[in-house]
Design a protein around this ligand. Structure first.
Ligand SMILES: Nc1ncnc2c1ncn2[C@@H]1O[C@H](COP(=O)(O)OP(=O)(O)OP(=O)(O)O)[C@@H](O)[C@H]1O
Ligand SMILES: [Mg+2]
Length: 319
């Protein structure tokens, strides 16, 4: 099927008057992880659903695993799996029986199905709960079971629509490890998320969607580089030292800024020499400075600069 797992050209989707997607053109090399990032209603699920053949685009074309999602839907479906935004499990039967059911539906014989189910339960850390009815599972366990079911058919392309929304930090990290392992083993993964940290950790390429359009594409590092470089910050308790510090930093060719309200000095730096100069100046003129640190732009900064819309709840203030 060539080197691309996914290739779209000018994909658009309208729901009546709502333009859910416009002119989405992207390509995803095999064995890579694509992160779809965007606010509520940006079009992430719509794009995932089109690629997974659940709905046709109103314009443009999409190929997945080498086949056209509209004309060759059956071939596409044979090679993909989808874990939706809401888990699709039978609540009334056990986790093991859910997996057995899916394995049999995928064509495995009874023995092979038992073996595959047991393997997946082990991998997804569900062996202890395997024979409990799913109704008694926590949200994180359901997600893991859903993921386990999705991987039963050894899909070439796995679509994960917000796989960690609503999970606690431990369950989120477990899910990340699973995605990382699948990617290492060669599965192409398309993952939609509202968590920038998640896209940063997992995605080889990030596609930022806003109001149905792609507003940026690149590696996490490329996207971060777009909003600027590193900044050294320090807290200066005494305002009296500020003028001398600012003057000395300017003499070093640096561009310091001081926020008197928070007592924070911020200096864009490009390398260790700049940082050493900042440290020397503080040592000479403001010995009581503290919390000298270097921060890189986060994907939050990227996202905000691209869309002017917050995506995740604000992080708790860190002291
Ligand atoms: N079946 C539908 N009928 C009408 N409008 C729809 C339908 N599905 C999606 N939309 C609209 O298309 C737009 C994109 O929705 P979509 O579900 O793709 O967003 P999303 O990025 O997945 O959002 P979320 O983060 O909330 O899951 C929204 O305006 C939504 O209301
Ligand atoms: Mg969605």
């Amino acid at each position: 099927m060539g080197d691309l797992a996914i290739e779209t050209a000018g994909v658009g989707k309208r729901f009546g008057a709502v333009h859910a997607l416009r002119d989405v053109t992207l390509s995803v090399p095999r064995g890579t992880v694509l992160g779809l990032l965007g606010h509520n209603g940006a079009g992430k699920s719509t794009l995932v659903n089109i690629l997974a053949t659940l709905c046709p685009p109103t314009s443009g074309t999409a190929r997945v695993a080498g086949f056209d999602t509209v004309r060759q839907g059956r071939q596409v479906r044979r090679r993909i799996a989808l874990t939706g935004q809401f888990a699709a499990l039978d609540e009334r039967i056990s986790g093991r029986d859910n997996l057995l059911l899916v394995a049999r539906l995928l064509g495995a014989g009874p023995r092979a199905a038992r073996r595959h189910a047991a393997e997946r339960l082990e991998t997804f850390d569900l062996t202890a709960a395997a024979d409990r009815v799913v109704r008694t599972y926590s949200g994180g366990m359901r997600r893991r079971l859903d993921l386990a079911a999705s991987t039963l058919g050894d899909p070439e392309v796995l679509f994960l629509d917000e796989p960690t929304t609503g999970l606690d930090p431990a369950a989120r990290i477990t899910t990340w490890r699973i995605v990382e392992r699948l990617a290492r083993e060669g599965t192409t993964v398309v993952l939609s998320t509202q968590y920038l940290e998640e896209a940063d950790r997992l995605a080889d390429t990030i596609c930022v969607l806003a109001s149905g359009r792609i507003v940026a594409t690149g590696t996490p590092a490329e996207l971060k580089a777009r909003v600027g470089g590193r900044v050294a910050t320090a807290r200066l308790p005494s305002a009296a030292a500020v003028p001398a510090v600012m003057r000395a930093l300017l003499e070093q060719g640096l561009g310091p800024e001081h926020d008197p309200g928070r007592g924070v000095l911020a200096v864009p730096v490009t390398g260790p020499r700049d940082l050493a100069n900042v440290a020397r100046v503080l040592d000479a003129h403001a010995a009581d400075a503290y919390e000298l640190s270097v921060t890189s732009p986060t994907l939050d900064d990227v996202y905000l600069s691209l869309t002017q819309q917050p995506v995740a709840p604000p992080r708790a203030a860190v002291r």
